[in-house]
Design a protein around this ligand. Structure first.
Ligand code: HCB
Length: 224
């Protein structure tokens, strides 16, 4: 039964059908199904299928845009449900989030932001196509603990490196942890560019953010 619902969710993304995606999400909420289960088992697999079909030339840009629209419609329903959890928790840390320069993919980053908020982090989302300087300026303004940088294209991954470099130049690197993610990003890449961590999905990003906060706290309390 649940499998059928997840299948229908996946299909609503492939079909680029926002109304169906939204209706299924509303039914999920009404039935008391965990929003994160719906996202991970229904909608995200839909997005993955779309990416595969696009790569094989079976889907085109307008189809991918329609799928993104359907994903947004589902998230509009599930987002508030996920965020509700965060209001009851103590503040876990301040995160500045954005998709790197030249890149307009935002769905994964928004999901990361939602789950961080749901877990008590105060999140400032800079949006998409964000230059390193903007990350640094906002991190300074908010005295951020973590900067999270998303990249979905192999061509824009290198801009994650420039964010790290810009934070170094701005003299902020010692106080701000950097976590990176996005479909083409790997742990190895994160290490190569001097980021503090890589998360493969939004739930891992929450775990990583907690670990990074612990590391920061240790730095503060370590005897000299
Ligand atoms: Co886009 N696109 N796209 N796209 N797109 C990809 C990314 C391809 C892989 C599709 C393919 O070819 N198989 C491909 C990239 C190939 C490559 O670089 N190797 C691609 C391409 C080529 C392009 C264009 C160049 C197409 C064109 O114009 N010819 C163009 C680029 C535009 C640009 O950015 N300058 C383009 C455009 C689009 C849109 C606009 C149609 C649309 C985005 C809409 C939007 O976001 N508002 C789009 C979409 C939807 C996709 C796919 C299908 C889905 C992406 C997505 O939302 N995934 C994607 C295929 C794929 O990724 N498999 C395809 C679902 C989310 C939940 O996963 O990986 O983004 P996620 O995020 C995860 C995870 O990575 C991690 O947590 C998230 C949540 O679990 N995470 C972080 C992400 N960021 C993190 C940051 C952290 O700090 C920590 C963890």
């Amino acid at each position: 039964m649940l499998d059928d619902t997840f299948c229908a969710m996946r299909q609503s993304i492939i079909d680029g059908a926002p109304d169906t995606a939204s209706e299924l999400a509303q039914r999920t909420v009404a039935a008391g199904i965990e929003p994160l289960d719906a996202i991970n088992n229904g909608y995200v697999p839909g997005m993955q299928a779309v990416g595969e079909q696009f790569a094989q030339g079976k889907m085109f840009l307008p189809d991918m845009m329609a799928s993104a629209e359907a994903m947004r419609a589902a998230m509009a329903v599930l987002d508030p449900e996920l965020k509700k959890l965060g209001t009851e928790r103590p503040m876990a840390g301040v995160v500045v989030l954005g998709t790197t320069k030249g890149d307009i993919h935002e769905i994964g980053k928004i999901l990361v932001g939602t789950l961080l908020s749901a877990n008590g982090f105060r999140v400032h989302d800079l949006g998409v196509d964000v230059a390193g300087e903007k990350f640094a300026a906002k991190a300074r303004e908010l005295n951020a603990d973590i900067v999270g940088v998303s990249a979905l294209l192999t061509t824009t991954m290198r801009n994650q490196r420039s964010v790290v470099e810009t934070l170094v130049k701005a003299g902020l690197r010692s106080q701000v942890k950097v976590m990176v993610g996005g479909a083409p990003v790997t742990r190895k890449w994160a290490e190569e560019i001097g980021a503090d961590g890589y998360a493969k999905d939004a739930m891992s990003a929450v775990g990583l953010a907690r670990t990074l906060m612990e590391q920061k706290a240790q730095l503060v309390t370590e005897p000299v």
